[in-house]
Design a protein around this ligand. Structure first.
Ligand code: NAG
Ligand code: NAG
Ligand code: NAG
Ligand code: NAG
Length: 495
């Protein structure tokens, strides 16, 4: 009996932990179940939200696809997913550009990421693309590390002090942005393709609110019917800056924007001309001169609603054009025109890829392409996705990117601002220039943009300024989307 009791007690002693284990296991199991369920639930919530964005982007993709089919002169778009697509040239397209380095002809298919493209290029519409004093003040080590990179003679060496850099840059440095997003409604960007001679776009080009030209492109009566006469902006590389005086030929208001670096020689020339001269902000330093056309478009987008491009080699059969056109050019005795307006496809350039990319930009609503083959048909922009659709696609791409990188919520229009700075309204010098400014510059019109009263800006530019709460956005380096330098200005009726 005792033994039994002992046994039974030991059995009950054994049973208690077993029940405890069971209870524990059940609790653990339900906890696990709950965890799985709730993670599944929140996961499905996230993917629900993403599903909405993906559907917006997929609709957008098919609009882009239709646009390419209508406007692409044979190009077709094959959709891979809600972001990626492949632009394809028709079977049998003669790829005459041989890449000697990789020993192959350029391919007929190019993959693009529409989400990335729209995030990048829509942002340009809100950017400041002129180097300013406020930018150098706000950017960490702006004067000591960045400024010397924009002055050729200093090379990679640092400015030992700010004064040294100021001496070199004063003449091209406005205190604050001289141009504003949305400043112009329509702009024409005129490239230097020989195709310009096949058409007579002169009048059409001149009808724009602002015209952007490149390097040494001549503007005069002789070529007026091809390229027009209006001159507002000229994006120049430093080599071209040397020949500016004859090229400008007394065109005092034309604004020169130096793409890369300045140096003593350029500064000496600037002192002799009354034209406004600035440095482009937003180049990728030390990467050669590739893609001047893209930079002109970027510059134009930073101040124009509608950007029409002319004189870019965008039609099929670029090599054939050159061969068949050279007779035409020589016949016109246009050696000057030819050297200035025609640049043969450069080494390392991929003409078919470039052409496809321009087509994509058109179908993303960023540019409107004008070319000989397009001029033969009715130009109609109803094939391009609407502004509203583009904004929605942009918002969807942004949210998708945020949720993929696990960033918290929507950080609003300043989410990409990495560095912030304020402008002291009392210290704000209105115009560029230095105390030893030459008389020709003192009397010039170069400050007209820099002291332009807020009220005389286009309504759209004023609205934008107010919506942006007086903040100017600048690129830090290259094409990174998420490291902007942002400068606050007083939100009073004075830009
Ligand atoms: C492609 O172009 C090259 C050079 O112009 C020419 O030699 C070749 O015959 C062309 N091929 C076709 C299929 O047209
Ligand atoms: C650009 O600015 C407008 C305000 O004018 C704003 O609504 C829009 O979200 C901004 N877009 C980007 C890409 O920053
Ligand atoms: C900065 O450099 C300039 C030119 O070399 C020199 O004249 C000036 O004294 C320097 N200023 C300071 C504060 O070191
Ligand atoms: C320079 O401008 C003048 C008149 O403004 C014009 O007659 C002349 O042809 C121009 N020169 C060149 C090289 O374009």
């Amino acid at each position: 009996m005792r033994q039994h009791k002992l046994l039974s007690s030991s059995a009950s002693n054994n049973r208690r932990p077993r029940i405890l284990y069971l209870v524990c296991a059940v609790a653990l199991f339900s906890l696990l179940l709950f965890a799985i369920q709730s993670s599944f639930f929140s996961g499905s919530l996230i993917s629900d939200r993403n599903r909405e964005q993906i559907s917006v982007l997929s609709n957008f993709q098919s609009s882009v696809q239709q646009c390419v089919a209508k406007k692409g002169l044979g190009l077709t778009a094959q959709i891979i997913d809600h972001c990626k697509l492949i632009l394809k040239y028709p079977e049998g397209t003669n790829s005459t550009w041989y890449n000697a380095q990789f020993k192959h002809f350029e391919p007929l298919e190019y993959k693009f990421d529409v989400c990335e493209s729209i995030l990048l290029w829509e942002q340009y519409r809100n950017m400041t693309t002129i180097l300013t004093r406020e930018y150098l003040d706000v950017r960490p080590d702006g004067w000591v590390d960045y400024a010397p990179q924009r002055i050729a003679q200093l090379g990679a060496k640092k400015c030992y002090n700010k004064t040294l850099c100021e001496e070199n840059l004063n003449i091209l440095l406005p205190a604050k942005p001289p141009f504003h997003p949305r400043q112009f409604r329509t702009c024409a960007v005129v490239g230097n393709s020989g195709d310009l001679l096949k058409t007579e776009f002169g009048e059409e080009i001149d009808s724009h609110d602002a015209v952007f030209r490149d390097n040494e492109a001549p503007v005069n009566e002789k070529y007026a019917k091809y390229v027009g006469l209006k001159r507002d902006f000229r994006l120049v590389v430093r080599g071209a800056a040397r020949n500016m005086v004859p090229i400008l030929n007394g065109s005092d208001d034309e604004i020169l924007i130096i793409k890369s670096l300045t140096h003593r020689e350029i500064n000496a020339i600037i002192k002799t001309i009354p034209n406004p001269v600035y440095l482009f902000q937003g180049i990728v330093l030390r990467r050669g001169a590739k893609g001047t056309g893209m930079k002109s478009i970027e510059l134009a987008l930073s101040m124009c609603d509608i950007v029409d491009i002319y004189g870019f080699t965008v039609d099929p059969g670029y090599t054939e054009w050159w061969v068949s056109l050279s007779g035409f050019w020589f016949g016109l005795d246009n050696m000057d025109f030819m050297t200035r307006y025609f640049s043969a496809p450069r080494k390392g350039h991929n003409p078919l890829q470039g052409r496809a990319y321009y087509q994509l930009l058109e179908c993303l609503g960023l540019i409107r392409i004008h070319s000989p083959m397009r001029s033969m048909r009715k130009q109609d922009w109803s094939d391009v996705p609407s502004r509203e659709m583009i904004s929605q696609a942009h918002a969807a791409a942004k949210q998708l990117k945020l949720s993929q990188s696990n960033q918290a919520g929507d950080l609003g229009q300043f989410g990409s601002c990495k560095v912030w700075g304020d402008v002291d309204p009392k210290k704000m010098g209105p115009v560029s220039g230095s105390p030893d400014m030459s008389d020709v510059r003192k009397k010039s019109n170069y400050n007209k943009w820099e002291v332009m009263p807020f009220k005389s800006l286009r309504n759209e530019a004023q609205d934008h300024y107010i919506q942006m709460q007086g903040v100017s956005l600048y690129k830090m380096d290259g094409n990174r989307l998420d490291d902007l330098v942002c400068v606050r200005h007083p939100l009073k009726s004075d830009v």
